[in-house]
Design a protein around this ligand. Structure first.
Ligand SMILES: Cc1ncc(COP(=O)(O)O)c(C=O)c1O
Length: 364
């Protein structure tokens, strides 16, 4: 079957582009002796996680226990849950999983560590811990070397946990790669002071896990990092395009849509709205629009209802007709694929595989 024959809306991925994205970052990491642990939140598909491991990743990253369960069931053996896993319902499941595969969790509080320790003790398993510190995003992570050391000492005493190192997420670095110099220097200094405090206090800091897609190919300039966790690079999206992290030809994920109405002058409606794309804004652009229309980049994807995508044609020479098919690059790939049951993988337009997004909707 060719992609032109697929019913719409449909999420499609160009296998050549995706494989190239996977290989490029793996080669880069090999060249710079960095471990690669891609965040699988972007695809949520075990088949792709396995391709990433085959290309050289040391393991994978997830955000949810449910995602870890899906990946482990498919045979993935080394999983980092880069999220503070809290509450007995979740810790029990994760500690159980840690009997079958290597599980690491990032956290920034003793409450989370204690819960994991109790659960791992009950299950007779071990969970590795990375202490999260904030580098400027102001989301999760302790803020001072002293609080990192205090947490480290407390975690080191807890049964069935192993303190493996530290973790940060540089999601606040949101400029073009060539403009990241000052941010990379600030990150390096911050990491060095955290590492030094850990070591000076006799705490193990073997792993320093960082990385995002915008900073991915600059990771060798962040001193002290041992492993990176970019996720988005596997597909890329309009946010990465806006940051000049990739070009249109490196955006593997597209949404096929059909024009279903053109009755209002200089407007058109496609058969895909927020139920297909999710409502994330274009964070790296001027905040406007919900996707790039590959065939007509000058058409403004202005609004979304649940099932309607509202296109403003006033700035374009495009004369839409009912039945036209349009290909979109979504603003944010990760939230978009979470809405799709399956994705069609094609090579030069010929569908080669249909994979379920097995990790979608795993809220817990
Ligand atoms: C903790 C953590 N690590 C890694 C990533 C992957 O970063 P990116 O989406 O820039 O690839 C994310 C993304 O949200 C994250 O939250």
């Amino acid at each position: 079957m060719r992609i032109e024959e697929l019913d719409t809306p449909a999420a499609i991925v160009d296998l050549d582009v995706m494989e190239n994205n996977i290989q490029s970052i793996a080669d880069y990491c090999r060249q710079h002796s960095l471990k690669l642990r891609p965040h699988t939140k972007t695809h949520k598909i075990p088949e792709i996680a396995k391709l990433q491991v085959k290309a050289g990743s040391c393991g994978i990253t997830v955000a949810k226990v449910g995602e870890a369960e899906v990946m482990a069931a498919a045979g993935l053996k080394d999983i980092l849950v880069a999220y503070p896993v809290l509450g007995e319902a979740k810790t029990t499941r994760l500690a159980q999983l840690a009997r079958e595969c290597k599980i690491t969790v990032s956290l920034d509080s003793l409450e989370v560590a204690e819960g994991l320790s109790v659960a791992a003790h009950k299950a007779g398993s071990q969970i590795d811990i990375l202490l999260e510190f904030d580098t400027g995003m102001r989301r999760c992570g302790v803020e001072t070397p002293a609080s990192l050391v205090a947490l480290g000492h407390a975690v080191a005493k807890l049964p069935n946990l192993h303190l493996a190192g530290v973790l940060f997420y540089p999601g606040h670095v949101w400029v073009r790669p060539e403009e990241q110099g000052p941010d990379l220097e600030r990150l390096s200094e911050r990491i060095e002071s955290m590492k030094q405090a850990m070591r000076a206090n006799g705490l193990d800091c073997q792993t320093v896990s960082g990385g995002s897609t915008p900073t991915a190919y600059n990771s060798h300039r962040i001193r002290g990092v041992t492993e990176i966790r970019p996720g988005n690079f596997v597909y890329n999206d309009r946010n990465e395009l806006g940051l000049h992290v990739c070009g249109v030809d490196q955006c593997a994920l597209r949404i096929l849509t059909t024009v279903v109405s053109c009755s209002v002058s200089r407007r058109a409606v496609i058969d895909a709205g927020s139920k297909t794309f999710a409502a994330d804004r274009w964070l790296s652009g001027e905040g406007k629009g919900f996707g790039l229309i590959v065939e007509h980049p000058d058409v403004y994807f202005e609004l979304m209802s649940e099932e309607h995508g509202h296109l403003d044609l006033s700035g374009s020479s495009y004369t839409a007709r009912v039945g036209d098919r349009l290909t979109m690059i979504p603003n944010h790939a990760c939230v978009c694929v979470n809405l799709h049951e399956r994705i069609f993988f094609h090579r030069k337009g010929v569908v080669e595989a249909t994979w379920a997004v097995a990790g979608r909707g795993k809220l817990q």
